[in-house]
Design a protein around this ligand. Sequence first.
Ligand SMILES: *[C@@H]1O[C@H](CO)[C@@H](O)[C@H](O)[C@H]1NC(C)=O
Ligand SMILES: *[C@@H]1O[C@H](CO)[C@@H](O)[C@H](O)[C@H]1NC(C)=O
Length: 292
Amino acid sequence: MQLFNVLVRLVTAVSVVSAAAITQVSNYGGSTTSKAQMWVYVPDTVKSDALVVVLHSCQSTAQSYSRNSKIPWISGSDKGGYISVWPSSPNSGTCWDVSSKASLSHNGGGDSNAIANMITYALEKYKLNATRVFVTGGSSGAMMSNVLAATYPEMISAVSLYSGVAAGCFVGGGVDQWNNACANGQSTGTPAKWGDTARAMYPSYNGTRPKMQIWHGSADTTLAPQNYQEELKQWTNVFGVSMTATAEKKDTPDKGYTMSDYGPMVQGIYAQGVGHSVPSHLAASEAWFDLP
Ligand SMILES: *[C@@H]1O[C@H](CO)[C@@H](O)[C@H](O)[C@H]1NC(C)=O
Ligand SMILES: *[C@@H]1O[C@H](CO)[C@@H](O)[C@H](O)[C@H]1NC(C)=O
């Protein structure tokens, strides 16, 4: 009997480790028109009070993104002992809504609002530290990362986004619209114009804002590399710093990547010869987040 119990426990332990699956939270609260789903990954040993939000690309879901070997945030959660939230898009084609007025506004009731509600739920439920909320995402998830930084600056400490466009660049007539001009790199503006676009998403806000780490590939044919420049214009303007790098490291963190700092709050990483989208670099993103 004793041995049997030990065996049962061993088998259970092994299956828990190998499952490593995200689970859905069906009622995360708040009221929005967005039907975005919340999924969460709680590592076996939680040893961090941080929260990482991982936003998937188009034609993906929280479940498939969490199993994608180029998106190593499940192993990051396991090693760092932090909880991660994996929102799942409700829109057809599963892009995030980064075009409607609702999603481009603080408490506007769109997808950005739903993701903010998931953060609120996770902070409360798991007793996490509200000053250690980090957001990452690729492609459409990177676009939404920029939108969240503009619409919910008070909730997020740092963002690391891969291959996106500036907040507001995909603006359109309705929910989840594709924007060719932006995707093709034709929606350009001055730093002031992009800064104003971000500030207009939460006009009364005057508090601290998340530090921004922005990755893009020079061979991106889905979201033209010009979008990297427009993102840097946006956030350097928001932080009131110049577009002239204060530090630059070649071949960092990989050969052909150049890491440029624009003061302490904005960092750009341009990947020569890399297409859409730049794969997640867990160590560099975690370092930006000051994790684990
Ligand atoms: C939350 O995190 C901040 C930054 O690391 C830290 O200074 C603070 O003590 C933490 N709060 C709690 C309640 O642990
Ligand atoms: C920031 O906003 C708050 C709340 O609206 C206000 O009380 C405060 O005076 C503002 N601070 C600055 C520096 O504008």
